[in-house]
Design a protein around this ligand. Structure first.
Ligand SMILES: Cc1ncc(COP(=O)(O)O)c(C=O)c1O
Length: 369
């Protein structure tokens, strides 16, 4: 049986280190916060570059909510979010009484389209949440230009992309350092995942970092002293210990994910040369200079139904990320929005297994039959 994300093979490989780290926490009597969480935050910020503060919390969704609270989002404000992604960015805006405005995506990279963002800016717009979809960084150069011109902030949703980077004119910038605040998720199947829920926020701004820490801890900077209304959002020590082990191996796993993606790319290029009309499979385009984490390998199948039949017959696990543009979800349901590319992607996208423990050669052999 092939798994979509082979977490058991990963655990087997790091078993000795993981069990030692887990045992240390269980024997320590310190289960929330404490030295493991502090050490993880230090290591996360070292990974990104010393200037970036890392603050852990209970999930990627909480991290988005905390980021929006730190930015001072108020009921009646508007935030621009991509129409084709997981629901969390739009949901977090709504839960704070604000309105998500859904931007269309680029049809090839599947990332939020700056041209569409521009059209949505109005007097109530406060910021943009840009998602690094499937592990590839969003077009931050263009987005930052728009944000600066219109005095908007950017929250970078890097739930799927901790470890991604972008090279441009000899400079390399890591994902989680593009936004005024960035977030990630440590959901188990993410490129850097723990064994439960977990998340983190990142910012280079000292004041924002302090505010984020307070919000995540009941609005409190000192014991039983509550400056602002916050929430309880903590990463526990066991998850931090697991993440510290996995973080050490992230830079070994990411190149394997990229090699796996390259194998699929080569296969689908060949596949398309002989495919019948209307049966082409086009991988998500990775923009120049981008190193994706390949949270999943997503293709756009001209005929999704027949491709899925083929995958199912071959026993290849697959997922549809995502089956509808967000504006069509019943909780938002808006008939006014017309995002043709988001709609098209939701009708054609299929994701395939790509983690560092996936045998992509085996999958490709099955697809050749
Ligand atoms: C783009 C994006 N943002 C936010 C989240 C929320 O993360 P979590 O599941 O840790 O709350 C996810 C989770 O899949 C995601 O894919």
């Amino acid at each position: 049986m092939i798994s979509f994300v082979n977490l058991t093979a990963q655990r087997e490989k790091y078993r000795f280190e993981l069990e030692k780290a887990e045992r240390e926490v269980l024997d320590s009597g310190c289960y929330i916060g404490g030295p493991q969480v502090q050490a993880l935050e230090k290591e996360l910020s070292e990974y990104l570059g010393e200037k970036i503060h890392a603050i852990t919390c209970a999930s990627g969704t909480d991290a988005l909510t905390i980021a929006l609270m730190a930015m001072g989002l108020c009921p009646g404000d508007e935030v621009i979010v991509p129409d084709f992604t997981f629901i969390a960015p739009a949901e977090c805006v709504s839960i704070l009484g604000s309105t998500p405005k859904f931007a269309d995506i680029d049809r090839e990279t599947l990332q939020i389209a700056p041209e569409s963002v521009k059209k949505l800016i109005g007097p109530r717009t406060k910021g943009i949440i840009a998602v690094n979809l499937f592990g590839q960084s969003a077009p931050f150069k263009e987005l930052r230009k728009i944000a600066t011109e219109h005095k908007l902030w950017i929250i970078e949703d890097s739930a799927q992309a901790f470890g991604a980077k972008v090279s441009s004119n000899g400079d390399i910038q890591k994902a989680c350092s593009f936004g005024d605040i960035a977030i990630t998720s440590f959901y188990p199947s993410k490129p850097l995942g723990c064994y439960g829920d977990g998340g983190a926020l990142f910012t280079a701004n000292e004041d924002l970092a302090q505010k984020i820490r307070m919000i995540a801890n009941h609005g409190s900077a000192g014991r039983y002293q509550h400056e602002i209304v916050g929430m309880n959002s903590r990463l526990d020590a066991l998850q931090a210990a697991v993440l510290r082990v996995k973080l050490k191996h992230l830079n070994e796993e990411l190149p394997v994910r990229r090699q796996n993606a390259a194998k699929y790319d080569a296969f689908f290029a060949e596949y398309n040369r002989t495919a019948a009309a209307g049966e082409k499979i086009v991988p998500q385009k990775i923009a120049e200079g981008n190193d994706s984490t390949y949270a999943q390998y997503t293709v756009l199948a001209e005929n999704r139904e027949s491709f899925i039949q083929k995958l199912t017959a071959a026993g290849i696990p697959h997922c549809i990320h995502y089956p509808a543009p967000l504006h069509e979800q019943p909780c938002f349901g808006s008939s006014e929005v017309r995002n043709a590319n988001a709609k098209w992607a939701s009708e054609h996208a299929v994701s395939l297994p790509v983690c560092a423990f996936t045998n992509v050669a085996e999958i490709i052999e099955k697809l050749k039959v």
